[in-house]
Design a protein around this ligand. Structure first.
Ligand code: 5AD
Ligand code: SF4
Length: 449
């Protein structure tokens, strides 16, 4: 019997950031509507999709590695292979030249075309008239406003509130892979939040490349986050990421005043030296950033800060790197994501500057900063010993199903032994902290009185 599309099994792997995880849920929804089904087992899939990232070279290499693994599988049977997302958008046909097993290539603004492209690819494999299906046009309008993402059941969910980025930081490929910045209609966002609350989700993270430039008619980000925080059933709202160039007082008011808006800001510094910041096109100075941090802490001392740092950007000297090192020490972040600069095709830096810091120097700077941050994180976590924190229970701990994992309002991971207390994912549970590492708080559930 001929297979109908409703019988085609799709396996999707996701690489990269939370926005990509969210996009995978959008893709699942679009495919499900056309009768595709999903499988966790790639051995029995008719279609294998990879939703990819392009932010650093390492991300590309990882995907090429996975594609190489599929070669043998594809030789054995009919299999459609698709590359979705930022790498598809950034490299376009180059992906199919490097990895000829790729049949379908779809960028982040073209997912509506995916079901048709897959159906055609499957048909063309049967007839032997193989043509690549490529959709890599960027859009100024696409926000997938009407699509309800297909999520796995859980306690925490993401909602994209905007797409693209207009900042053009000189190192960053995002404006080229995700296109111009556009904000989504708040009504669709609120509908999605209400739907999540009805399904039992307790926490929503609002996603955008630069959430503070969210604008839709008379809505700004502070109004949006407050409205989402007021949705009955939603107990925690987070966001990522704001750009340090604009942080409105109204958002700080929402964070200080609304019990459901979490006290955590991921505030990418990237570099702590003014010449490097200028070269990166970040549009703020070291002092501007420090003033912002001081303003945040004055408004609400218990807000936790985390950051992103790039080491070894074009022409960065040792003394300039030390400015970043000292900035990280001075701010005292709860956590930091520290990256080696990786030149990306099409970016302003790739066109204008020389990637002249030696690999070994980049690695050495990353190691020194990671060590510093570990010591700071450990010191901050040690201050939590003896305190009782309110934790949203997310599920089993990674290492053992005898332990629960959850997070504090500040977004710090907490792990504790399961006891016969009836605790379930989605509960808010008090945990008394007894031990810590640089990344995790460990403790015991405080029994109800
Ligand atoms: N090289 C290294 N890190 C990068 N990031 C963005 N582009 C690059 C690049 N070309 C980092 C930034 C950003 C985070 C998501 O990734 O720190 O905030
Ligand atoms: Fe990239 Fe800068 Fe936009 Fe962030 S704000 S996505 S670093 S261009």
């Amino acid at each position: 019997m001929e297979k109908t599309s409703s019988a085609y099994k799709v396996h999707i792997e996701t690489f990269g950031c939370q926005m990509n995880e969210y996009d995978t849920e959008v893709v699942r929804s679009l495919l499900k509507a056309k009768g595709f089904v999903f499988t966790e087992d790639r051995e029995c899939a008719d279609v294998i999709l990879m939703n990819t990232c392009a932010i650093r070279e390492h991300a590309h290499n990882k995907v090429y590695g996975h594609l190489a693994d599929l070669k043998a599988l594809k030789r054995q049977r009919t299999l459609v292979v698709g590359v979705l997302g930022c790498m598809a958008q950034n490299l376009k046909e180059e992906v199919t030249v490097t990895a000829p097993i790729v049949d379908v290539l779809v960028g982040p603004d073209s997912y509506r075309q995916l079901p048709d492209l897959l159906t055609r690819a499957i048909a063309s494999q049967r007839t032997g008239d193989i043509k690549k299906g490529i959709a890599v046009d960027l859009s100024e309008y696409e926000t997938y406003q009407d699509i309800m993402p297909e999520r796995a059941a859980g306690v925490t969910a993401w909602i994209a509130i905007m797409r693209g980025c207009d900042n053009f930081c000189t190192f960053c490929v995002v404006p080229y892979t995700r296109g111009r910045e556009r904000s989504r209609d708040p009504q669709g966002i609120i509908r999605e939040a209400e739907h999540l609350a009805e399904q039992g989700y307790k926490q929503i993270t609002l996603l955008g490349q630069n959430v503070n430039s969210y604008r839709f008619e008379d809505w700004d980000f502070a109004r949006l986050i407050t409205t989402v925080a007021n949705v009955p059933g939603i107990k925690r709202v987070r966001f990522t990421s704001p750009h340090p160039k604009d942080f409105p007082p109204a958002l700080l008011d929402a964070m200080a005043g609304h019990p459901h808006v979490c006290k955590h800001i991921h505030l990418p510094l990237q570099a702590g030296n003014d010449r490097v910041l200028k070269l990166m096109g970040r549009t703020y100075s070291r002092k501007g950033y420090f003033d912002l941090v001081e303003g945040i802490r004055r408004r609400s001392a218990d807000i936790a800060l985390t950051t992103d740092i790039i080491c070894g950007f074009c022409t960065e000297t040792e003394e300039e790197f030390l400015d970043t090192y000292r900035a990280v020490r001075e701010v005292g972040y709860h956590a930091a994501f520290i990256f080696k600069y990786s030149e990306r095709k099409n970016t302003i830096a790739a066109r204008k500057y020389q990637d002249d810091v030696l690999e070994r120097i980049k690695s050495d700077r990353v190691t020194r900063l990671v060590d510093l941050q570990k010591a700071i994180s450990l010191q901050k976590n040690r201050c939590m010993i003896g305190q009782t924190v309110q934790v949203l229970v997310e599920g089993d701990a990674k290492r053992s199903s005898d332990q629960w994992m959850g997070r504090t309002d500040n977004n710090i991971t907490v792990v504790w032994e399961k006891r016969a207390t009836g605790t379930r994912p989605g509960d808010f549970t008090p945990v008394k902290i007894s031990h810590v590492s640089a990344t995790t708080l460990l403790g015991d559930e405080v029994p109800a009185p």
